[in-house]
Design a protein around this ligand. Structure first.
Ligand code: SF4
Ligand SMILES: [Zn+2]
Ligand SMILES: [Zn+2]
Length: 304
C-alpha cells in the first residue's frame, strides 16, 4: 500500500479513512485531527495554560507530546496512587518522558495525602475502582483550580468516549448523557475539562505513540476488574469493522443532536451543588464530598 499523500510506502493503514500513510504523513494526519478536535469544539486557545493528566498510558503521553509540539502551554500532572508495582512503574515512565522532552511535570502522592489506594481498598466494602476514580478526579480538579490553570486535559480517545456513551445509553443515565463530551465548561468549583483526542481512535493514538517512540506503562493495576468497557469496546469494534466511520458519526451525532436534549432536561431536574463541609469541593450530597467520606472511613475504619 502507498501513502495517500506522498506515495511512499505506507506504514499505517486506516480503514475509516480508506487510506494508508507513511510515518511522516501519519504524524501530520494525527496533528491535524488533534487541531480539528481542539478548534472545532473551542476547547482552549494558545494563551491558555493547560494541565494534562498523565497516567503513564500511551494516550495521555501522546496527548501531552502533541500539544507541546503544536505550541500549547502544557504542564503534566501525575497522581501517584501508591499501588505496589504498578504505581512505581507508571510514575517512572511519566518522569522519564517529561525529562526527555523537557516538559513541566507536577506529581501528587496519595500516600502523602493519607489516601494510598491499597489502604482505601482494605477499608472499603465495595470495588475500589470507583473510589480510586473519585480520588483522581478530585485531585486533578483541585490542582487545576489551585494552580490557576485554564483547562484540565485528559487523554480520552474516541473509543473511550463511544464506549462510555454506549454504556450511558444502555442505562439511559440522563445525568451522564447531559454532560458527556470533549468539553465540560468550568463552573462552581469545577475546572474546565477537555478531551483533545476525541476524534482519534485507540488504534490511531497507539500508532502515533509507536512512531514517536513513546515508552508507556506496561505494569497493569492489580485491582483492574477487566472492565465491562472492554466488552462494549469490542462490540463497537465489530460495528466499525462492518461500517467504517460509524463510531465517529455516532459520537458527533450525539454531540450535535443528543446531548443538547439531555442537557436541557438536567438543567430543569439536576441536583443543586453546595461546597463540601470539610474541603469545600462542590458536592450534591449536602454534606461531605466523596473524597472526604473516604478519608472519614479510613479514620474510623467504617465503610464509606
Ligand atoms: S484499575 Fe481501578 S484501582 Fe487500579 S488504577 Fe484503575 S481505577 Fe484505580
Ligand atoms: Zn507520505
Ligand atoms: Zn470534601
Amino acid at each position: 500500500m502507498k501513502c495517500k499523500i506522498c506515495k511512499a510506502t505506507a506504514v499505517v493503514a486506516l480503514k475509516s479513512h480508506n487510506a494508508g500513510f507513511c510515518a511522516a504523513c501519519y504524524k501530520e494526519f494525527f496533528a491535524r485531527q488533534v487541531a480539528r478536535g481542539i478548534e472545532g469544539q473551542k476547547l482552549f486557545s494558545r494563551s491558555d495554560r493547560v494541565l494534562v493528566a498523565l497516567s503513564g498510558g500511551k494516550d495521555s503521553l501522546a496527548l501531552m507530546l502533541e500539544l507541546s509540539r503544536q505550541g500549547y502551554d502544557v504542564t503534566g500532572l501525575h497522581i501517584d496512587l501508591g499501588i505496589p508495582g504498578s504505581s512505581v512503574a507508571a510514575r517512572g515512565v511519566v518522569e522519564r518522558f517529561c525529562a526527555v522532552h523537557g516538559l513541566r511535570l507536577m506529581v501528587r502522592d496519595m500516600t502523602a495525602e493519607g489516601l494510598p489506594i491499597p489502604l482505601v481498598k482494605q477499608r472499603l466494602n465495595r470495588p475500589v475502582c470507583s473510589a480510586c476514580g473519585k480520588i483522581k478526579r478530585h485531585f486533578f480538579n483541585k490542582v487545576a483550580l489551585e494552580e490557576g490553570f485554564d483547562a484540565l486535559a485528559t487523554g480520552h480517545n474516541l473509543d473511550d468516549e463511544v464506549a462510555r456513551l454506549f454504556s450511558n445509553t444502555l442505562r439511559w443515565d440522563t445525568a451522564y448523557l447531559s454532560d458527556q463530551g470533549p468539553l465540560l465548561d468550568g463552573e462552581q468549583g469545577f475546572a474546565r475539562k477537555v478531551k483533545p483526542l476525541w476524534r482519534l481512535t485507540e488504534f490511531e493514538t497507539a500508532n502515533y505513540a509507536f512512531l514517536m517512540g513513546i515508552e508507556h506503562h506496561y505494569a497493569p493495576c492489580p485491582y483492574s476488574p477487566g472492565a465491562s468497557f472492554t466488552t462494549l469496546k469490542g462490540l463497537m469494534q465489530r460495528l466499525e469493522a462492518a461500517m467504517p466511520g460509524r463510531k465517529l458519526d455516532f459520537y458527533q451525532g450525539f454531540l450535535k443532536r443528543g446531548r443538547p436534549v439531555f442537557a436541557r432536561r438536567e438543567t430543569e431536574e439536576g441536583q443543586p451543588l453546595a461546597p463540601c463541609t470539610d474541603c469545600g469541593y462542590p458536592t450534591s450530597s449536602g454534606d461531605l464530598c466523596g473524597v472526604c467520606r473516604i478519608r472519614e472511613a479510613l479514620r474510623d475504619g467504617s465503610s464509606a
